[in-house]
Design a protein around this ligand. Structure first.
Ligand code: PTJ
Length: 254
């Protein structure tokens, strides 16, 4: 791995990029994961590489849904496994949810490597290696899911999801929470809650919110969920992007 000195002004972003490269080298992340990360970096730049107020609201609603879920499942793909594996396991353990390795560019070898990684980090229940059901409406490899896992879940938390699969999960009647830096993607528009934030910020935020909100009454959690409107929050995410760009644009004259 090339060494980036912590003094570099773009250290955090470059370190995140290195983690995805390491993921590819370890056989955890697919090559396409590099392209996805590049796209994510560009979008993150446009929001100022910070959690916006809109993303924070989505993270609160996501935490409320996860806390009230009956059968929540956390889906892990190659990019999440490279960037936030400890956090995914930590969140799963906090809400007593299984994890499921569910990848878009499926190879059995990569599924196994990700599952082993999660188990090595303390995950108690990891599905994905032996899928026994199919999500209706998707082609075979991408439809694979596990009973007891995503197939039976009422809530699926799935960072960096593909639009088609997100739609198929919603059609099955599930609540879908995604993390996607593109507030205009099909995934973003289809999900129940879209967190338009970098997954490396969203996961620590979600873990803190779950801790903080675990003591709330069920009625309070319900009212957070009922008051949440994903489309309105997405519009605000785009507005925050435009406003950040306008500030940068004005700064060119200084
Ligand atoms: O491991 P696999 O086979 O499941 O593949 C995973 C990827 C992410 C490669 C696959 O699902 C894919 O191709 O995804 P897309 O269609 O490129 O969508 C990824 C979305 O995630 C894009 O909208 C990106 O902007 C966004 N994104 C990329 N990196 C991040 C991100 N969102 C949040 N945090 C990131 N770090």
């Amino acid at each position: 791995m090339s060494e980036v000195p912590p003094s570099h002004p773009r250290y955090a972003s470059l370190r995140t990029r290195e983690k995805v490269v390491e993921g590819v080298e370890r056989g955890i992340t697919g090559l396409n994961g590099l392209i996805a990360q590049g796209r994510g970096e560009a979008l993150d730049y446009l929001i100022g590489e910070r959690t916006t107020a809109a993303a924070e609201e989505a993270e609160r609603a996501a935490a409320a849904i996860l806390l009230l879920a009956e059968r929540p499942v956390l889906s892990v793909n190659g990019n999440a496994a490279a960037l936030v594996p400890e956090e995914m396991v930590n969140l799963a353990n906090k809400i007593n949810a299984p994890l499921e390795v569910n990848i878009f560019y499926r190879t059995e070898e990569r599924v196994k490597k990700i599952a082993d990684l999660l188990r090595g980090l303390g995950a108690e229940r990891v599905y994905g290696e032996e899928p026994d059901s199919l999500i209706p409406g998707l082609d075979h490899a991408r439809a694979k899911a596990a009973r007891g896992g995503i197939f039976d879940a009422d809530v699926v938390f799935v960072p960096l999801e593909d639009g088609d699969r997100c739609e198929a999960l919603v059609r099955m009647g599930k609540r879908v929470i995604t993390v996607d830096l593109n507030p205009l993607s099909r995934t973003a528009r289809t999900s129940t809650v879209t967190i338009a934030d970098n997954v490396v910020r969203a996961l620590p935020n979600l873990i803190s919110l779950v801790d903080e909100m675990a003591g709330l009454e069920e009625a309070e959690l319900r009212s957070i969920i009922e008051g949440y409107e994903n489309r309105a929050v997405l519009r605000r995410s785009v507005e925050e992007m435009i406003s950040h760009l306008a500030d940068q644009f004005s700064a060119l004259d200084e």
